[in-house]
Design a protein around this ligand. Structure first.
Ligand SMILES: *Cc1c(COP(=O)(O)O)cnc(C)c1O
Length: 394
């Protein structure tokens, strides 16, 4: 195998295919369950067409993502556009492409979309993003559904904003949208969300207001500790929770926006050990990847499994057998750190790895979501390249 320049992202597209098949199998059990892939998790042009061909729609949060979705072949009728700060050109891009709907997060945004749609002689499909005041038990920085929040319209305001929307000539109100956070593994959070949506729908129905779409957002988590044991998230329980608890009206579509759970496990960040530095009380493995390639540990204190791998790409597949095993007595304790001039540029503290040397290769696992898309050029570093693990050309 020819030596690639590290660091780089390596995607197991075969695992991605199996993940998408699992999603399709589960939603196929229910009526009108529709999944949009949240492009912000990973917009790699090698992955998007695979996801599009599997039949998913696209959930976008910027004009650039709408353009990427269209380019990757997603049909505009399967594109939704969310985000608290949509700029005028982004709204125009969405209207120009006739996307399915805007997930609108505030009253002033609704007015602006109506104005721009009027100028363009278009009608804008809209779902109102409601803040359901459901607190997901996840990291504070990725919780979005609690009471006072920049995301969404407050529960107490919903009815008034619905009435506004109904009176606007260039707005077509399609439904309600929710999103409570990310990396959620406790299914009770989704149960709570489903019950809250039932309450809201019942209250509104008493006033004669019904919708053809309910969008419950995304947020299903993945197993960062044990990617080998759980390469495919538990989609079965996830969709079953909504089927059991969310009351679906006749003819109504239930939309989901999954990002992390689709792509996290298929990606690894491959990095090389540059130096082993002996501190007074610890050993540092200084690697050539940093927060510029994968910012999650620095940004959220996120944990990724790190493995020492051989140069054989076949060993990189996520299977139940670990790629590299060593006798316990040759394990050492390391802090794995990047080269960036920030003290939070640390991938892991005190982890056990086979004795490392300069030149050894490490795989940082479960890096397929919010990895490459968050890469930056800080310190004027080049953006990371990416490769397909399953491609024959190496
Ligand atoms: C980020 C985001 C998603 C995707 O979240 P995941 O946790 O990656 O599934 C879905 N919907 C909205 C509105 C988002 O902002």
């Amino acid at each position: 195998m020819q030596m690639r320049q590290t660091p780089y992202y390596l995607y197991d597209t075969e695992l991605l295919h199996r993940t998408l098949e699992a999603v399709q199998t589960e939603i196929g059990k229910y009526n009108n369950y529709v999944v949009h892939y949240a492009i912000k998790a990973n917009a790699n042009p090698m992955l998007l067409p695979i996801i599009q061909r599997a039949g998913l729609g696209a959930d976008c949060v910027s004009g650039g993502e709408i353009e990427a979705a269209v380019k990757a072949g997603f049909h505009p009728s399967k594109i939704v556009f969310a985000g608290v700060g949509k700029s005028d050109w982004e709204i125009r891009t969405a209207l120009h492409n006739d996307i399915f709907c805007f997930n609108v997060e505030s009253e002033p945004e609704l007015e602006v979309i109506n104005q721009i749609a009027a100028q363009m002689r278009k009608s804008a499909g809209v779902c109102l993003r409601v803040n359901p005041e459901v607190g997901a038990h996840t990291h504070a920085h990725i919780t979005t559904g609690t009471a006072e929040n920049k995301f969404g319209i407050a529960l107490s305001e919903v009815e008034r904003v619905i009435c506004m929307a109904q009176q606007m000539d260039h707005i077509r109100l399609r439904g309600l949208h929710f999103h409570i956070g990310s990396q959620i593994l406790d299914m009770n959070d989704f149960v709570e969300l489903a019950h809250r949506i039932n309450e809201i729908q019942e209250q509104l129905q008493q006033k004669g207001i019904t919708f053809d779409t309910i969008n419950v957002g995304g947020g299903l988590g993945v197993d960062y500790d044990n990617p080998h044991a759980t390469p495919i998230p538990d989609f079965k329980s996830y969709f079953a929770v909504f089927h059991e608890h969310l009351r679906q009206r006749p003819g109504q579509s239930i939309h989901f926006e999954l990002g992390r759970s689709i792509v996290a496990q298929c990606g690894s960040l491959i990095t090389r050990v540059l130096y082993i530095k002996q501190g007074t009380g610890r050993q540092f493995a200084i690697v050539d990847a940093g927060m510029t390639e994968l910012i999650r540990p620095a940004l959220y204190g996120a944990h990724h499994r790190i493995e020492s791998i051989t140069a054989d790409p076949a060993t990189l597949q996520l299977t139940s057998t670990l790629p590299f095993s060593t006798a316990d007595d040759d394990l050492q304790t390391y802090d794995v750190v990047g080269p960036i001039c920030e003290s939070t540029d640390v991938f892991a503290h005190n982890i056990r790895l086979p004795r490392l040397q300069r030149g050894h290769i490490l795989a940082i696992r479960s890096a397929g979501a919010y990895g490459e898309t968050m890469a930056s050029q800080y310190n004027l570093r080049p953006l990371p390249k990416s490769y397909d693990l399953c491609s024959t050309e190496i």
